[in-house]
Design a protein around this ligand. Sequence first.
Ligand code: PLP
Length: 354
Amino acid sequence: MKHNFNAGPSVLPREVIERTAQAVLDFQGEGLSILEISHRAKYFQPVVDEAVALFKELLDIPEGYSVIFLGGGASLQFCMVPFNLLEHKAAYLNTGVWAKKAQKEAKLFGEVVEVASSADANYTFIPKKYEIPADADYFHITTNNTIYGTEMFTDPDSPVPVVADMSSDILSRHIDVSKYGLIYGGAQKNLAPAGVTFVIVKDELLGHVSRPIPTMLDYRIHTTNNSLFNTPPVLPIYSALETLRWLKRNGGVAAAEKRNIEKASLLYDAIDNSRIFVGTARPEDRSRMNICFVMKEEYKELEAEFLAFAGEKGMVGVKGHRSVGGFRASCYNALPLESVKALIECMKEFEKKH
Ligand SMILES: *Cc1c(COP(=O)(O)O)cnc(C)c1O
């Protein structure tokens, strides 16, 4: 049995994979595969509509926001956000590689103020004390730093609209959407296979920049066409729908958050009580989604051996990102508690051997 700790694309609920496979073979008993129907066919718009409705229901999204599904990944949002929202100045919080990449794109469109950064500490914490310029068009944050294993658990107070990259923690915990102007993310961490990007946007923020926006990059084109302006990523959207249905059947975001807290606490406890492993992120900012740890200095040379050992025990994807080293166990919504327990067992067994 494999335990899938991949950072992204990553583990999906078994039911979602089975239902997606079924739709590939025969979509809703129509005698056709979902791969060979028009996105304009009468049966596809309901898929998008239900996915949007479930997104709104599960995150309790207030009136005045649109949910859209696009291509291009979170990385395209790095430029689409400033294209649509940055007139003069934008504020960015630098908490990791993705945050930095988002900032780089914004510089193409206007002045960018980096309000704070934890780069000097290799992004092991989330800066807390900073001032957001009141004349910025928006304030951009990355709520979960997938590579460094840090996460922001409070919705920020900001004098300007907050834009959040939630690629790797969307639907994993309660958020107050009304405190955000725009939320986006690649779906391949917590929601669907690669290929679809979600955007939740407050409609009143759109249409205020003076530059012309190419049609495909204009959020309004997609909000007013219900994500069907052009051919959307049909299959990943269908999988996303199945994940949203699965989440609802299993108690929604609140229940998922409870499970995620349990999984993360178990694993962090094991790391903190270990003789050979040590966590890399500051305890108060530790991510529940991506749990990063290394070998203590005196055991450093055992890292490769542990990876091989874990691999033999069925652990997949526990190698840390090269900029942190060591190990990263991604514990997204769909990762079963059993997988976390198996990893802890494996760590303990390895520790006994040394
Ligand atoms: C993975 C990731 C991205 C990049 O997503 P793509 O869909 O590959 O462009 C951006 N931000 C965060 C926080 C991520 O985890």
